[in-house]
Design a protein around this ligand. Structure first.
Ligand code: URA
Ligand code: CA
Length: 434
């Protein structure tokens, strides 16, 4: 088989066979095909697209390029949740204990944040002593006993995706539905999930800015998952403004704890109930979404979700006392209010800009090697649709530096006002099951 023939075939809009896709992924991973040929093929895929069959084959070939996590020692249907990335997105910290309390095993592999989006592992590491370096045996044992464990990404998971993503990044081929969908799904499948619930974000803070693009990506991923035998569904949710109020690692842990006690922000709570209901049904613990939602509300009210959170923190070396005393989490030295310059209604809070402001405070990574400050971040007091009086605080900045002029400027610029009443964006745009 010659790579140049595959490039010409795709360039001319023809379909690649399973063998051809397997060849290119295997040989590229092994270093036997040069970057320039793969770049040409990626650009051809960018323009010519891939059929459903090609997408499923590409995903499976990437899964097979490295380690696959075997979760068969864990009893029950393992349901994984994946978000395409947002600002202040604390759902994983809430959903883990919530769904586990309903009896669905959550065996989660998570990553760190980059740029204006946060990562679950960074947030968990705000808890003193918490670590994600578990052996497979420890991981399996904790999920069987407690229904919840989080492990760091294995080094050799989907090496083909790592190489391809780096190449796409410098060849203008990141933004391609078949390439994004196969990239995300290959990692979820290699991580061992039986079923996958996807939270595809849309809006300014998201990878997919328009609902149409988010829908195409969601459909592509659902199709791939179901074609390779993993039950998959997706919801499309709003990321035009940050989720909840808190953005920043410690601040989001506290927000997750509040939400698990039934005292969280309305949008974060609702998103967790929608995603959680899907997970509980797919996990076989409820017959329909209504029953699942009632179960989720019950484990919040009777405190069992909070108990799971404590056990989970303790099981992974952390201090469970933070759950009852969140002031034990790292605290920033200074806080500053952001007073409204005029009265009116909040019309827009640009999520990516607020995420960048939190990153400038030190809550996120500008580059892969940046060291983050777990204490700092932003807590919003207003969301889109809220009425505001001049001088009222829009947000509190938690900082370890007194020099916050740039952060203040971003918040004043991107928390926008209208004289006329505004309405909050739709939190859930759509649910896609096939
Ligand atoms: N996230 C991924 O994991 N892969 C992509 O291609 C894009 C976003
Ligand atoms: Ca939040």
């Amino acid at each position: 088989m010659r790579m140049v023939d595959l490039i010409e075939k795709k360039r001319d809009g023809e379909e690649l066979t399973t063998e051809e896709i397997g060849f290119f992924i295997e040989q590229y991973t092994n270093g036997n095909i040069p970057d320039y040929q793969v770049s040409a093929l990626l650009m051809a895929i960018y323009f010519q697209d891939m059929t459903d069959r090609e997408r499923a084959d590409l995903t499976l070939a990437m899964v097979e390029s490295g380690d696959q996590i075997d979760l068969s020692e864990i009893e029950g249907i393992k349901v994984d949740k994946h978000s395409t990335g947002g600002v202040g997105d604390t759902t994983t910290l809430v959903l883990g204990p919530l769904v586990a309390a309903c009896g669905v095993p959550v065996a989660k592999m998570s990553g760190r944040g980059l740029g204006h989006t946060g990562g679950t592992i960074d947030k968990l590491e705000a808890i003193e002593g918490f670590h994600v370096e578990l052996t497979t045996e420890q991981f399996t044992k904790q999920v069987n006993e407690l229904k919840l464990a989080v492990i760091g990404q294995s080094g050799n998971l989907t090496p083909a995706d790592k190489k391809l993503y780096a190449l796409r990044d410098v060849t203008g081929t990141v933004n391609s539905i078949p390439l994004i969908a196969s990239s995300i799904m290959s990692k979820k499948i290699a991580a061992g999930a039986d079923a996958i619930v996807l939270d595809v974000k849309t809006g300014e803070g998201a990878f997919m800015k328009s609902v149409e693009d988010a829908r195409s990506l969601a459909r592509a991923m659902v199709q791939i998952g179901n074609n390779v035998g993993r039950q998959t569904m997706a919801i499309i949710s709003d990321m035009s403004q940050p989720l909840g109020f808190a953005i920043g690692n410690s601040l989001e842990v506290k927000e997750a704890i509040d939400t698990l006690r039934g005292k969280g922000p309305a949008d974060l709570t609702e998103l967790c109930l929608v995603l959680g209901s899907q997970m509980v049904v797919v996990g076989g613990k409820a017959k329909d979404l209504d029953e699942a939602r009632a179960m989720l509300r019950e484990v919040i009210e009777n405190g069992s979700a909070i108990e799971i959170l404590k056990g989970f923190i303790e099981g992974q070396g952390g201090n469970p006392a933070v759950v009852d005393s969140p002031e034990l989490l790292p605290q920033a030295q200074f806080t500053f209010e952001v007073p409204a310059k005029e009265s009116g209604y909040v019309s827009c809070i640009e999520a990516d800009e607020v995420g960048t402001a939190a990153m400038l405070l030190g809550a996120g990574r500008a580059t892969k090697d940046s060291v983050i400050d777990l204490a700092v971040g932003i807590v919003l007091h207003k969301k889109v649709g809220d009425a505001v009086k001049e001088g009222e605080s829009l947000a509190t900045i938690h900082s370890n530096s007194e020099n916050i002029e740039n952060v203040l400027a971003i918040l004043h610029k991107y928390i926008e006002f209208s004289k006329e009443p505004t309405t909050a964006p739709n939190l859930i745009e759509e649910i896609i099951t096939q």
